[in-house]
Design a protein around this ligand. Structure first.
Ligand code: 13P
Length: 256
């Protein structure tokens, strides 16, 4: 399986800055066939960057989109509009869940709309610090996974990527802590077990599962060697070109 390195730029970079970053990344990045490099700029930058990018080297992801294709939905962008512009879309990021009130029902509709429009959803799931403290991690992970995949048919499951992002490990969290590779291992096993129960062993083995939360060039190797982790979703370190390239290099080195 490929290793995925995804940079989530969140609300950072003007279109000009994003374009300069992409230009430099394209120049510096060797063509690593087995590492799928993806960047997720803000919606505004997607169209111009899609004309600039070399898709053999780098793919684009949206950070969010709405599940209706057209209509009276002021301020939204649809997956239909993103068709041909991006290959991936991050869905259900904890910032969407907790700052913008997205629930599993809405997230499930977005996952369905992405697949329908030939965009690969990267479904983010993860427990908060207090959920973890109360021993609710397993329940939260199962609920968000089952909830987010509710509208996905068995034959479409191979079009989905899941990203485990513990909310307490994201660098913007007030008291962010680093997840240990053992923490990640435990939850990734639970994710695969849940998929196996729902869709069978083969589906569970074939689903790419990524990890995100304060990933940087020094800890990337540790996370990537956790069995069943197929890639990383980096936030703040993806904003620094040299760090993002270093993470991609680590992925190339530790590839199984
Ligand atoms: P950080 O890498 O800044 O912790 O962000 C993680 C994240 O939210 C990626 O989607």
């Amino acid at each position: 399986m490929k290793t995925y390195i995804v940079g989530n730029w969140k609300l950072n970079f003007t279109v000009g800055e994003a374009s300069v970053y992409l230009h430099k990344l394209l120049q510096k990045l060797p063509n690593y066939r087995d590492v799928e490099v993806v960047v997720a700029p803000s919606t505004m930058a997607l169209q111009p960057l899609s004309l600039q990018v070399d898709r053999h080297k780098i793919k684009l992801a949206a950070q969010n989109a709405f599940y209706r294709d057209y209509g009276a939905y002021t301020g939204e962008t649809s997956f239909t509009q993103l068709y041909g512009v991006v290959d991936y879309c991050i869905i259900g990021h904890s910032e969407r869940r907790y700052l913008f009130g997205e629930d599993d029902k809405m997230i499930a509709k977005k996952v369905e709309a992405a697949i329908r429009n030939k965009i690969t959803p990267i479904l983010c799931i993860g427990e908060t610090e207090s959920e973890r403290a109360f021993g609710e991690t397993a329940d939260v992970i199962r609920d968000q996974l089952i909830g987010g995949l509710r509208e996905v048919s068995e034959e479409d499951l191979d079009k989905v990527i899941v990203a485990y992002e513990p909310v307490w490990a994201i660098s913007s969290a007030k008291s962010a802590k680093l997840a240990s590779p053992d923490d990640v291992d435990e939850v990734v096993k639970l994710i695969r077990k849940t998929i196996e129960e729902l869709y069978g062993k083969e589906a569970a083995e074939n689903m790419p599962v990524l990890f995100g939360g304060s990933v940087n060039p020094s800890n990337a190797g540790g996370y990537l060697t956790v069995p069943g982790v197929n890639g990383l979703l980096a936030g703040s370190s993806s904003l620094i070109l040299s760090q993002f390239i270093d993470i991609i290099d680590v992925a190339k080195r530790v590839q199984r």
